[in-house]
Write a protein that binds this ligand. Structure first.
Ligand code: 5GP
Length: 187
């Protein structure tokens, strides 16, 4: 469905409808703002960005192309697999290694909801002794947040509603939409 400015205002991803929430032009301005802040904060440094797969791959690639200071990027991913004990679910991180030691780390995440995923990553990172760790998250669901870490570079606070697009998926689909859409709760 097209709105008056030619944008697709309503999309269907699998069995659900979503309404346009944030247009790509606004996303672009927000990412530029974060990049400018990072450039200022990390002058003379060479931070290592750590993108959290899968969701953050688009935000991370946009952010990296706007950051002007010398920097590097790596990616981590939480894999969920069956543990040895029957029915036990274990989340194991893939991609953390010795290159973290002594580095200024900037975690790049698509969305912080309850904060549990990020809290686990922060805990896991400690073992690799980074010089410092900051967090850049494009979206933040403040109402749902249950942890106590600080999001140093927060793109946008959003209500506690499910969103897709700009790397965010619904059951694996919808990551490719350039704009962000919010679940239509009336359906
Ligand atoms: P948390 O551990 O903070 O509760 O959740 C973090 C992860 O849940 C995110 O990295 C993302 O994968 C997923 N998530 C949380 N809220 C949303 C949402 O509104 N849309 C999508 N697509 N994923 C979400």
């Amino acid at each position: 469905m097209l709105s008056t400015n030619g944008k697709t205002s309503r999309i269907k991803v699998r069995d659900k409808f979503f309404n346009l929430y944030l247009e790509k032009e606004k996303i672009d301005r927000i990412v530029s703002g974060i990049a400018t802040c990072i450039d200022l904060d990390y002058q003379g440094k060479n931070p290592l960005f750590l993108g959290v797969l899968n969701g953050a791959f688009i935000f991370a690639s946009d952010l990296l192309r706007k950051v002007k200071i010398p920097c590097e990027i790596s990616f981590v991913k939480y894999s969920s697999y069956q543990g040895m004990a029957s029915g036990e679910k274990v989340n194991r991180i893939i991609g953390l290694n010795e290159t973290i030691r002594g580095r200024e780390i900037i975690i790049v995440e698509d969305i912080v909801d309850t904060g549990l995923t990020m809290a686990k990553l922060l805990g896991d990172l400690k073992a690799f002794e980074p010089a410092s760790v900051k967090i850049a998250s494009f979206c933040f669901k403040k109402e749902a947040f249950r942890e106590n870490f600080t999001i140093d570079y927060c793109g946008l606070e959003i209500p506690d509603l499910f969103v897709v697009g700009y790397g965010l998926d619904y059951d694996g689909a919808g990551r490719n939409f350039p704009d962000i859409y919010q679940l239509d709760e009336t359906q």
